[in-house]
Design a protein around this ligand. Structure first.
Ligand code: G1P
Length: 289
């Protein structure tokens, strides 16, 4: 199995980050000096992905503008001696081959992924959710692709989370295969405490096979009245082997304000331009709090 294509669903309304996301897509909010979406795309590219389909909606054209050249701006940077910056800006558009499709109705994550059928054709593919930003040595998607290739089957990524968090994400029934890799026996979306299968939540990264499309087309609305990817995955894992990787990463849920702030601070601390300054600033702040 070779995974060269990825789908990034980015058609949500961003209701958890209002009012900032009223007119700016949440995927375009800056995390230090880059939009959130760029981190996701860098992870995909570092994992070997070449073609990326972004599922958008009518309010999100800022995303396709960002992954394009901007000759006027690049020219201005060249004229003012900022060639390096001009080259870096242009390189963003050359990171991968970008494709776009609109999800015309907001009907859930499963419905958004189903829009990718024509683009994917008959290949395995990755899915990366824009809210889940990872800090890791080996890109998280690469960790999943390696496992999917080894077992030649679809693979979902997740981690063990708190009782409270698991009800906000998804839960799984697992059987251990090897260190950090499991067979998925059952999975459910946003379980109540009684429905919880375990504290292992699938979050943000998936390697799927094209048989998911027929399943998604036949999946009725589930939690919150939306067509849920998780419900499709549950059908898939009962029809064929599907594995889970407990990925080795610090994960940030940038879809909510606290997660977004945590990511901002941690990434700013790692940033060459801001790291040392921010460390001093935070120490000083902590002293006076
Ligand atoms: C989505 C998925 C859920 C997953 C979560 C975190 O939920 O439906 O299964 O656990 O992302 O990646 P959302 O956060 O969009 O409600």
């Amino acid at each position: 199995m070779k995974v060269k294509k990825a789908v990034i669903p980015a058609a949500g309304l961003g209701t958890r980050m209002l009012p900032a996301t009223k007119t700016v897509p949440k995927e375009m909010l800056p995390l230090v000096d880059k939009p959130v979406l760029q981190y996701i795309i860098e992870e995909a590219v570092e994992s070997g992905i070449e073609d990326i389909l972004i599922v958008t909606n009518r309010a999100k054209s800022a995303m396709d503008d960002y992954f394009d050249y901007f000759p006027e701006l690049e020219h201005r940077l060249y004229l003012t001696g900022r060639e390096q910056q001009a080259r870096e800006l242009k390189a963003v558009a050359d990171m991968a081959n970008f494709f776009y499709v609109r999800q015309r109705e907001t009907r859930g994550l499963g419905h958004a992924i189903a829009r990718a059928r024509r683009f994917i054709g008959d290949e395995p593919f990755a899915v990366l959710l824009g809210d889940d930003i990872m800090m890791s040595d080996v890109p998280v998607l690469k960790q999943l692709i390696d496992a999917a290739e080894k077992y030649n089957c679809p693979c979902v990524g997740g981690q063990y989370v708190s009782d409270e968090a698991v009800t906000a994400y998804s839960s799984t029934k697992l059987r251990k295969l090897e260190d950090r890799i499991y067979d998925v026996l059952d999975i459910n979306e946003k379980p109540t405490p009684e429905e919880k299968l375990s504290n292992f939540a699938v979050m943000g990264r998936y390697v799927l096979t094209p048989d998911i499309f027929d399943i998604l087309d036949a999946t009725p609305p589930g939690r919150n009245g939306e067509i849920q990817l998780t419900d499709g995955l549950n059908t898939l894992c009962h029809a064929r082997r599907m594995i889970a990787v407990d990925y080795d990463a610090r994960r940030y849920d940038t879809g909510n304000l606290r997660g977004f702030l945590e990511a901002t601070i941690d990434f700013a601390l790692k940033n060459a331009e801001t790291g040392e300054w921010l460390r001093d600033f935070l120490k000083e702040k902590a002293r006076t709090l």
